[in-house]
Write a protein that binds this ligand. Structure first.
Ligand code: AMP
Ligand code: GLY
Length: 423
């Protein structure tokens, strides 16, 4: 296979690292990639959402498979772009169709899908500027805290959790009337608050059958003790200790199977990952969101634990032959800790030289926001490096990552020192 991987984060470095372990992978290109992917594959200076440039590159290089990392190109319809183009139709794209990507691209679509398939999720209402008054009234029927979600993609910032009714009503107006999140908040989903502990379940599907991948738990807040602003994720562990066999059986029966059946019933083309965000309330799983891609930094713990050949799995997905495959998993735990630029998730500086990369032992450093300046690796984003380690349990894995983080540095580097604190 000559594979083109789209994206540029820690997730893509981890996917590239894993695909390169396959004998099936003859050439690997990453667009646009980062300094980490440049060290193992060939970076291509093309934006993942510039479909015309992707097409030209694919034809020029004779690419035989495209793997999509982030949600943006999927929601914009890259799967359909390939399928509907005579020159590209035979090249498999690992990722859902545009309609399938609506599971992430529209919170309202996801809620309708969950409801019609009887999948446990929070009670909700969906409102626009025209139905603002109904939304304000709906809030009075709920107990605090109040959960407001911009319908569209809002770079992970579109969910507000508010303690007072007045605040919630004001924010609803800000979103619907004053376009707080632009077009993304022209529709808002208001949800009942679910009180429990979060985890994520990952599924690979060919649209007919599915395989459940290792679970993971990520830590989204910037501050220790889960405080401060939401980020893309500050660290993750896999497996999730409280996701025992009985709980996983509930997730499979009540969430995963009905999700795949629901996709089939709607005749949605879906050949890729499904990331199911769950909250465990008591002993019951509830879905809080779908994403149509792998998580970042969850990928940096889930993918290294998979011992099966990932490219062969993708080939089976493309041929809708996944039911003939088993996915083997390393029994050890994995943890990743994200080193970020000081100031993130608000303003931060870029271009800081990263040192110590060669001193890391017994951990894998996946690059997230890095670039190259001559031969120096420099920071180029908020989340910079994900340091992944294995251990007999998550505590041992976390400890190794911290030992290696001690050897890494760049100006104003920050990381959470309490990943796993709640387990
Ligand atoms: P989402 O983008 O839908 O995953 O929401 C972002 C975060 O908001 C989640 O990771 C949860 O921590 C929180 N959240 C979302 N929906 C709910 C809910 N119904 N109840 C409690 N917390 C929620
Ligand atoms: N870590 C959360 C996400 O990838 O959406």
């Amino acid at each position: 296979m000559k594979i083109l991987l789209l994206g540029s984060g820690g997730r893509e470095h981890a996917l590239a690292w894993k695909m390169l372990q396959s004998k099936e992978c003859k050439e690997l290109y990453v667009a646009p990639g980062n300094a980490g992917t440049a060290s193992i594959a060939v970076n291509v200076n093309i934006s993942a959402t510039d479909f015309a440039a992707v097409k030209a590159f694919v034809l020029d290089k004779g690419i035989t498979m495209v793997v999509v990392g982030p949600e943006d190109p999927l929601v914009k319809g890259i799967y359909d772009f390939f399928k509907d183009d005579a020159e590209l139709a035979a090249i498999p794209v690992i990722g859902p169709s545009k309609e399938g990507a609506q599971l992430e691209g529209s919170k309202e679509f996801a809620k309708i899908f969950l409801t019609e398939n009887n999948i446990p999720t929070a009670a909700y209402g969906s409102f626009t500027a025209d139905t603002l008054q109904k939304g304000l009234d709906f809030l009075t029927t709920l107990k605090p805290p109040y959960v407001l979600k911009a319908d569209g993609l809002a770079a992970g910032k579109g969910v507000l959790i508010l303690n007072s009714l007045e605040e919630a009503q004001q924010e609803l107006k800000n979103m619907l009337v004053d376009a707080k999140f632009g077009q993304a908040s022209s529709k808002v989903v208001i949800e009942e608050f679910l009180d429990g502990i979060e985890l994520s379940c990952f599924v690979l599907t060919d649209g007919q059958s599915y395989r459940i991948l290792p679970t993971a738990k990520d830590y989204k807040r910037i501050g220790e003790g889960d405080t401060g602003l939401n980020t893309g994720g500050m660290g993750a562990i896999s497996p999730v200790p409280f996701a025992d066999e009985a709980f996983m059986a509930k997730i499979e029966d009540r969430v995963v199977k009905p999700t795949i059946e629901g996709l089939k019933r709607r005749k949605i083309d879906y050949k890729g990952f499904i990331f199911i965000g769950l909250i465990k309330v008591g002993d019951e799983p509830f879905v809080i969101e779908y994403n149509v891609r792998m998580g970042d930094p969850e990928t940096e713990v889930v993918i290294p634990r998979i011992t099966s050949d990932l490219v062969k799995l993708f080939m089976a997905v493309a041929k809708q032959n996944l039911k003939s495959k088993t996915i083997l998993v390393d029994e050890r735990s994995a943890a990743t800790i994200m080193a970020v630029s000081g100031g993130y998730p608000e303003d931060y500086e870029k271009g800081k030289v990263i040192s110590g990369l060669d001193n890391v032992e017994d951990s894998i450093v996946f690059h997230a926001g890095t670039g190259l300046n001559e031969s120096e690796v420099i920071t180029s984003g908020g989340r910079v490096l994900a340091v992944t380690s294995f251990g007999n349990d998550f505590r041992e894995a976390i400890k190794k990552s911290y030992q290696n983080l001690d050897k890494l540095s760049f100006d104003k580097m920050y990381y959470r020192k309490d990943i796993g604190f709640d387990l």
